[in-house]
Ligand binder design. Structure first.
Ligand SMILES: Cc1ncc(C[n+]2csc(CCOP(=O)(O)OP(=O)(O)O)c2C)c(N)n1
Length: 201
C-alpha cells in the first residue's frame, strides 16, 4: 500500500530518490499520516503541512549529525516516520507507544524535546554554540511556525543569534495559521513580505 515508504529504512534513503519519487513519497506519507491519525487521534493539519518541508530537509542535510529542532513539535510526524519509526507509528500516542512530539529519549534524530512553543531558535542557538566550542562543523536548523515566532523567547533568541553571529539556519514555516487564523502585527508584516514583488521574483 505504501511501496516507496516501505523502502525507506533511514533518512539516507531519501537522498537517493528522484524528484518524481519524492513527490510519490510525499503523497504516501500524507496518506500514512491520515490513516494513523484517523485511528489514534493526533495533530493532522500541522503534519500534512510539513511533508514536503521534511523531505526537502532530509534531501539536503545529514541527520542526526546535523541537528534539527522543531518548534512546538506537533508537525514532526514525517520526521518520525522517516527516522526508523514507520512501523512503530501505529502506536502513536498509545500507552508505551511513540509520542506525538520529538523526544530525545525516543530517537537520536529528536535533537530537542518539545511541546512548548517558541523554544526552537533558542535551543538551536545553544546547540550551534556547543558545536563551535567543540570545533565541529555540523549544521543546526530550527523550524519555527509563524505563530510560534510571535512568542517572546523567539525574539530573545533572534536578538542573541544575530549578535553572536554563529552559523544557524532558521526556517520559517509561514502557513498563516496558529491553531486559528493568525492575528497581529507580525502576521500582517509577513503577509506584506509574502505579497511583495521582490518575494515573488
Ligand atoms: C508556550 C506555549 N504556548 C501555547 C502553546 C499552544 N500552541 C500549540 S501549537 C500553537 C500555535 C502554533 O502555530 P505555528 O507556530 O504557526 O505552527 P503551525 O501550527 O502553523 O504549524 C500554540 C499556541 C504551546 N504549545 N506552548
Amino acid at each position: 500500500m505504501y511501496p516507496l515508504l516501505n523502502r525507506i529504512e533511514n533518512p539516507e534513503d531519501v537522498k537517493k530518490l528522484t524528484v518524481r519519487e519524492l513527490e510519490q513519497l510525499a503523497s504516501e506519507l500524507r496518506h500514512f499520516i491520515i490513516d494513523t491519525v484517523s485511528q489514534n487521534g493526533g495533530h493532522l493539519a500541522p503534519n500534512l503541512g510539513t511533508v514536503e518541508l521534511t523531505l526537502a530537509l532530509y534531501s539536503v542535510f545529514s541527520f542526526p549529525t546535523d541537528k534539527l529542532v522543531w518548534d512546538v513539535g506537533h508537525q514532526a510526524y514525517s520526521h518520525k516516520i522517516l527516522t526508523g519509526r514507520r512501523d512503530a507509528f501505529s502506536t502513536l500516542r498509545k500507552k508505551g507507544g511513540i509520542t506525538g512530539f520529538p523526544n530525545r529519549f525516543e530517537s537520536a534524530y529528536d535533537a530537542f524535546g518539545v511541546g512548548h512553543a517558541s523554544t526552537s531558535i533558542s535551543a538551536a542557538l545553544g546547540m550551534a554554540l556547543a558545536r563551535d566550542a567543540k570545533g565541529e562543523k555540523n549544521q543546526v536548523i530550527a523550524v519555527i511556525g509563524d505563530g510560534a515566532l510571535t512568542g517572546g523567547e523567539s525574539f530573545e533568541a533572534l536578538n542573541n543569534a544575530g549578535d553572536l553571529g554563529t552559523k544557524l539556519i532558521v526556517i520559517l514555516n509561514d502557513n498563516e495559521r496558529s491553531i486559528d487564523a493568525n492575528v497581529g502585527a507580525m502576521s500582517e508584516y509577513l503577509s506584506r513580505i509574502r505579497s511583495a514583488p521582490q518575494y515573488a521574483r
